[in-house]
Design a protein around this ligand. Structure first.
Ligand SMILES: [Zn+2]
Length: 413
C-alpha cells in the first residue's frame, strides 16, 4: 500500500526556504510565460513546449534544484490547468492558475534520490552535495520510497518532510460479504446500518469546530476590512487568518480521520464486504437554503470523509460504492410512507414507527442498494452511539486517543 508519512525536517531554515523559493520561481516562470504567450499569440503552449523553453531560457544560470525537481515544479502549473479544466467540464466555476508563487513545495521523484542503508540522499543541482535524511525506525523496512516533498506547515511555521512510501503490506482479505450502509450527516458525521443494528458515529466537536472557524474568521475579516488593503496591520491580520485556518484545518482533519477509522472498524466488526455510501455530492446544488443552512452545507466536508473511508476500507479489503440517497431520510422503513422528519427522531404518522433519524437514513440507503428503493428493510436490532473523538474523554489521562466510548442510548441525541 502507498502511504505518506510526515516526518520532522532538520534542514536549516534558510536552506529549506531557498529550495522552495527556487521551486516557486520555476513555477512562476512557466506560468508567466504561458499566459504571456497566450495573450499575445493566442497559442496555448503544451507542457513540453513550455518546459523546453524554460530550460533553455535559464540554462547556464546557477541552479539549486535537481533537474527532476525543476521538472516537477514546472509540471505543477500544467497539472493545475488540467484540474481546472476537469472542474469546468463538471460545471464548476474554476479559475485557471494565474497567481505567481513565491514559494512552492519541492519534490523529489525516485530518479532524484538514492538510499544507502538508513539514509536517504536527495539530489540537488550538479556540484552541490545531496541532502541527507535519516529514515526513522518505522520506515526502515519499507519496500520503496516513491517521493519526498519538502512541505511548509503554516500552522506550525516549520518545515516537514512528506515521505511517500510503498510499505509492502498487501490489503487484507475482506472480513465478510455483508453490505453495510453509511449515511453521512451534517450533525452526526456517519450513521451505519447492516439491516439489523444501527451504529451512529457522533462527533459534535467536529461541527462545533467548523462553526467556530466561521465565526472567528468573520471577526478577523471584519477587522481587516477596516484597514487599508496591503498596509502593515492588514498584512498582520492576513497572516493571522492564514495561520488560524491552517490550525483549524488540522483539527478537523484529525477528527475526520478518527471518524472514518471508526466507520471502517464498525464495518469490519459487522463483517462487511461492501460499504454503501449515501451519495451527497450534489447536496450544495439544491438551490438557496437560507443563510444558516447554506453555511452548514458548505462547511460540511463529506467529500473528504468519503475519501478517508474509501482508502481505509480498501486496506481492509472492503470495497465502497455510492448509492443515491434520494428520499432515504423521508421514507418510513416499516410502511414506506413518506414524510419529512423534524428533529433527530423519525416518527411515522401512518404506522407509528419511531426511530432515530440517522438510523432510518442508513437503513434506507441499504434498502436502496439491495432493492432499488427505500423502505424495504426494517431495522430490528439496537442503536449504538460511538464517539471516536471527544474532548471530555481526551482530557482523561487514561485515553489513548482512539478508543471509542460507547453509549447505548440517547445521551448523544
Ligand atoms: Zn410508517
Amino acid at each position: 500500500m502507498i502511504r505518506t508519512h510526515i516526518e520532522p525536517c532538520h534542514l536549516h531554515r534558510a536552506e529549506a526556504d531557498a529550495l522552495n523559493r527556487a521551486s516557486g520561481e520555476r513555477y512562476t516562470q512557466v506560468a508567466v510565460f504561458h499566459w504571456r504567450t497566450y495573450r499575445t499569440t493566442g497559442h496555448w503552449l503544451s507542457p513540453y513546449g513550455a518546459e523546453k523553453w524554460n530550460d533553455r531560457a535559464h540554462a547556464g544560470q546557477p541552479a539549486l534544484l535537481h533537474a527532476h525537481s525543476v521538472d516537477a515544479a514546472q509540471q505543477g502549473f500544467y497539472k493545475a490547468c488540467k484540474t481546472a479544466r476537469e472542474c469546468r467540464r463538471a460545471g464548476l466555476d474554476t479559475h485557471f492558475p494565474y497567481k505567481r508563487k513565491k514559494y512552492r513545495t519541492t519534490s523529489w521523484k525516485t530518479s532524484g534520490m538514492r538510499r544507502t542503508g538508513d539514509t536517504l540522499l536527495l539530489a540537488r543541482a550538479r556540484g552541490l552535495p545531496p541532502i541527507r535524511i535519516t529514515l526513522p525506525d518505522h520506515l526502515q523496512n519499507v519496500l520503496a520510497v516513491r517521493e519526498v516533498r519538502l512541505v511548509y506547515a503554516r500552522s506550525k511555521r516549520r518545515y516537514f518532510w512528506h515521505i511517500v512510501v510503498e510499505n509492502g503490506i498487501p490489503p487484507r482479505e475482506a472480513p465478510g460479504a455483508n453490505a453495510v450502509a453509511v449515511d453521512l450527516g451534517e450533525v452526526h458525521p456517519a450513521a451505519m446500518s447492516d439491516g439489523h443494528d444501527t451504529v451512529v458515529i457522533t462527533c459534535r466537536e467536529l461541527r462545533s469546530q467548523r462553526q467556530y472557524t466561521a465565526k472567528r474568521l468573520a471577526i478577523l475579516r471584519q477587522r481587516q476590512s477596516a484597514c487599508k488593503r496591503g498596509s502593515r496591520l492588514w498584512k498582520r491580520l492576513q497572516r493571522r487568518i492564514n495561520r488560524f485556518l491552517h490550525q483549524q484545518a488540522k483539527r478537523t482533519r484529525d477528527m475526520e480521520h478518527k471518524v472514518s477509522r471508526e466507520v471502517v472498524n464498525v464495518a469490519v466488526a459487522q463483517e462487511a464486504g461492501t460499504i454503501a455510501l449515501g451519495d451527497v455530492r450534489d447536496v450544495a446544488d439544491k438551490g438557496k437554503l437560507g443563510k444558516k443552512s447554506n453555511q452548514k452545507v458548505s462547511n460540511w466536508s463529506h467529500g473528504k470523509l468519503r475519501q478517508y473511508i474509501t482508502y481505509k476500507a480498501e486496506a481492509e479489503g472492503i470495497s465502497t460504492e455510492l448509492v443515491s440517497e434520494r428520499a432515504t431520510s423521508q421514507t418510513c422503513p416499516h410502511c414506506r410512507g413518506r414524510h419529512k422528519p423534524r428533529g433527530r427522531v423519525y416518527t411515522c404518522g401512518r404506522c407509528g414507527f419511531s426511530g432515530r433519524r440517522d438510523g432510518v437514513g442508513a437503513v434506507n440507503i441499504l434498502s436502496m442498494r439491495q432493492h432499488g428503493e427505500p423502505g424495504r428493510i426494517c431495522p430490528t436490532g439496537t442503536t449504538t452511539y460511538r464517539i471516536p473523538h471527544n474532548v471530555r474523554v481526551l482530557r482523561s489521562p487514561l485515553d489513548t486517543g482512539h478508543v471509542a466510548c460507547e453509549t447505548q442510548e440517547a445521551a448523544a441525541l
